[in-house]
Design a protein around this ligand. Structure first.
Ligand code: CU
Length: 251
């Protein structure tokens, strides 16, 4: 059922209002009491992915350094909106470490909880590994935004175990930090003007912008334009960026 949330029908609108996970498709049978992992099914940072959906594998090492720091290698991740990543994580250190992805705010919150009690996580957005052990997290980054990988074992974050995860431009579509809208619309590319950074699309309704089906010219950056060809049928996210209609993401 959860996967249906991210299917690509024209009218599907997914609006996540932080920190409330409003999608309403949480595991109905999931016991929420005392389980802070229950709301991980649809979070700002995305949702659990499946092996069949993996677009890319990123190998990550966790270890201590000779000068007393603790690190992720690599410690920065650039991800395209909609990408499903398999993080193949290996603990090459002498201590237990954790690889957890979330918003910075939620990592901070989580870290405070772990400072009070060293809890074991069994959440799909994290993996905790003994020295020498390997594991994986498969995650679909549905939303543009700035997120974070962190080890939330007390003291480890402060020792360096955190790093940015940038999805798309690293900015939510909406201006406020409180809301991310991710609404895919469908259309057919009519014309591309790469020089001007414009693309003409015969599109269906743009639900998030409250616009009916028609043909319009959108702005698009090189990353988006590179994915487009004239005549192509696309699923895309349209939004107003600095007052201009812009295609911010393409599936
Ligand atoms: Cu650690």
């Amino acid at each position: 059922m959860k996967h249906l949330l991210m299917t690509t029908t024209a009218t599907l609108a997914l609006v996540l209002a932080a920190p409330v996970f409003a999608v309403g498709a949480h595991d109905a049978g999931h016991d929420k009491a005392g389980d802070h992992g229950a709301d991980h099914m649809a979070m700002m940072v995305g949702q659990p992915g499946t092996a069949q959906d993996v677009d890319r594998t990123i190998e990550v090492a966790m270890r201590e350094t000779d000068d007393g720091r603790m690190i992720f290698e690599p410690a920065m991740f650039d991800i395209e909106p909609g990408e499903t990543i398999r993080f193949a994580v290996e603990n090459r250190g002498e201590l237990e470490h954790e690889f957890a992805i979330d918003t910075m705010a939620r990592n901070v919150e989580h870290k405070a909880m772990m400072a009070e009690m060293d809890m074991e996580h069994d959440d799909p957005n994290s993996v905790r590994l003994d020295p020498g052990a390997s594991g994986e997290v498969i995650w679909t980054f549905a939303n543009e935004g700035a997120f974070e990988v962190a080890c939330l074992i007390p003291g480890h974050y402060e020792s360096g175990m955190h790093g940015p995860i940038t999805v798309g431009h690293g900015m939510p579509h909406s201006d406020g930090a409180t809301q991310v809208s991710l609404t895919y619309s469908t259309g057919t590319v009519k014309k591309i003007d790469a020089k001007a950074g414009k693309v003409t699309v015969i599109h269906g309704p743009l639900a998030n912008l409250d616009m009916p089906a028609m043909t319009m010219v959108f702005r698009a950056d090189e990353t988006v334009l590179a994915k487009l060809a004239e005549g192509q049928e696309i699923e895309f996210v349209a939004d107003r960026v600095k007052g201009k209609l812009t295609i911010t993401a393409v599936k």
